[in-house]
Write a protein that binds this ligand. Structure first.
Ligand code: NAD
Ligand code: UGA
Length: 460
């Protein structure tokens, strides 16, 4: 009942593939959308009542389209045969071995996908890079695909995804822009038009930007590098604020009011996390080194350096303020996810902060509304005394200090008087996200250490 040219497959049912395809299916009922993954557990999750990832608004979109024009399967090969447009949204983590280890993107999953597409295709296809990839990956992709001996033609398109976790559905419903890069030959331009037509189902024309493939691939890495750079810039200034009694929240607002700078992405915190910023900057750095541009590589690497500095600076300040030792003291972390409204903990600052506190022999109690399952996996095998407790009041009972690690809204609404009464004294709060009412906490009796702001302490 669906036309072949309107049958879409996405290989990779992760944080990007799942939500992106659910929105396409929801917005474009004339297209059939199949999402395929080799991970059977993930596919079972997508087909169940409890989706494998937490994302506000996702459940209702999936439930509207699933079984009508949205299907999840682990039969990747059959789906390749069926579709004429194939998005590839597999993971592209930082390489941990061989040349480029610690910086370059590991393209093994990516290449495996390309080879499966060649092997199982019976007709021409458009193959779309949805994953974030080093610039010029499409060249290698095209070479692998065209190496087929069946006389098939494959057009490679770059269509990077700009959604952020926690706001994925809004970002996908009303994107700032959709970027589509294609080869400049006739076949490439025809393929480009088919993808423009797909997004035109719901995205206004002026928000669909088309370029050549290389600009599109590079723009994705640069967008993430620029966003991360803003966070590292403001985080570096938070350190100066703590030395000078300037207030980072005021500084952010004051500079953000300049329309050339803008207010977004200027919240100082414990450091950026997530599966992409660090990976993509390192990937950009590696590309610069590859193209013999060491100065450019160094410039971008410093964004990651400041992020590492911010994470360790936060812990060192905690230790200093708690009389230079946390050994044997219960310390409660509010938040483990890398940001609010997600259960994702990939590259979460919480992981590093927990490790550092455990090395100092603190007893950790970790509370998070959605991330405790992932936290358990992340901390598995790490030595030290820690427990994962969903209830914040239980987690804080008997603690010497609370540290706010994630900017969950609900942390603002807890009963801090009740929490204070159950804690050891003097009781400390280190607000790594500047989300709490510091004056009120001080009046309750807490010694309050906001980030990049003067302390409100009964001790100093
Ligand atoms: P993810 O790890 O959540 O999902 C990737 C999925 O691909 C996994 O479920 C894995 O099982 C599957 N996979 C791997 N190899 C496969 C194969 N050969 N065949 C079928 N399935 C295979 O990753 P993600 O967060 O969705 O990210 C995917 C890509 O999108 C990355 O390149 C990332 O940089 C980029 N990206 C991520 C985000 C984000 O917010 N997470 C946003 C924009 C772009
Ligand atoms: C980021 C980008 O925002 C997306 O556009 C991009 O598509 C995605 O990476 C990707 O390529 O994966 P994401 O990592 O999901 O999205 O989340 P962000 O909202 O960017 O937050 C990243 C980190 O920065 C979080 O730890 C967050 O707490 C922190 N952050 C963000 C700050 O510390 N301050 C801010 O002002 C904003």
């Amino acid at each position: 009942m669906f036309k072949k040219e309107k049958t879409i497959l996405c290989i990779g049912a992760g944080y990007v593939g799942g939500p992106t395809m659910a929105v396409i299916a929801d917005k474009c009922p004339e297209y059939k959308v199949i999402v395929a993954d080799i991970n059977q557990e993930r596919i079972d999750g997508w087909n169940s009542e409890t989706l494998p990832i937490y994302e506000p608004g996702l459940e209702s979109v999936v439930k509207r389209a699933r079984g009508k024009n949205l299907f999840f399967t682990s039969d990747v090969f059959a789906a390749i045969k069926e579709a004429s447009i194939i998005f590839v949204s597999v993971n592209t983590p930082t390489k941990t071995f061989g040349e480029g280890a610690g910086k370059a993107a590991n393209l093994q999953y990516w290449e495996a996908t390309a080879r499966s597409i060649v092997e199982h295709s019976e007709d021409d296809k458009i193959v779309i890079e949805k994953s974030t990839l080093p610039v010029r990956t499409a060249e290698a992709m095209h070479r692998i695909l065209q190496s087929n001996d069946k006389g098939l033609n494959f057009d490679v398109i770059s269509n990077p995804e700009f959604m952020a976790e926690g706001t994925a559905i809004d970002d996908l419903n009303t994107p700032d822009r959709v970027l589509i890069g294609a080869m400049e030959d006739e076949s490439g331009q025809i393929a480009l038009q088919r993808i423009v037509d797909l997004y035109s189902c719901w995205v206004p024309k002026e928000r669909i930007k088309t370029t050549n493939v290389w600009s599109s691939e590079l723009s994705k890495l640069v967008a993430n590098a620029m966003l991360a750079q803003r966070i590292s810039s403001i985080n570096s200034i938070s350190a100066i604020c703590e030395k000078t009694d300037a207030n980072i929240v005021d500084v952010s607002e004051a500079i953000g009011l300049d329309s050339r700078i803008g207010a977004k992405f200027l919240k100082a915190g414990v450091g950026f996390g997530g599966s992409c910023f660090q990976k993509d900057i390192l990937n950009l750095t590696y590309l610069c080194e590859y193209y013999n541009l060491p100065e450019v590589a160094k410039y971008w690497e410093s964004v990651v350096d400041i992020n590492n500095y911010q994470e360790s600076r936060f812990v060192k300040r905690m230790i200093r303020k708690m009389f230079n030792t946390v050994a044997g003291k219960k310390v409660t972390l509010f938040g483990f996810a890398f940001k609010a409204d997600t259960g994702d903990t990939r590259e979460a600052p919480a992981k590093y902060i927990s490790k550092m506190l455990l090395e100092e022999h603190a007893q950790l109690a970790i509370s998070d509304p959605e991330a405790l399952e992932n936290a358990a996996k992340d901390l598995d095998g790490i030595e030290g005394d820690y427990e994962l407790i969903k209830c914040p009041y239980e987690a804080a009972k008997g603690a010497h200090a609370i540290a706010i690690i994630t900017e969950w809204n609900e942390f603002k609404d807890y009963d801090y008087k009740k929490i204070f009464d159950s804690m050891e004294k003097p009781a400390f709060i280190f607000d790594g996200r500047n989300i709490l009412d510091h004056k009120k906490l001080y009046e309750i009796g807490f010694n309050v250490y906001p980030l990049g702001q003067q302390a409100l302490s009964h001790l100093e």
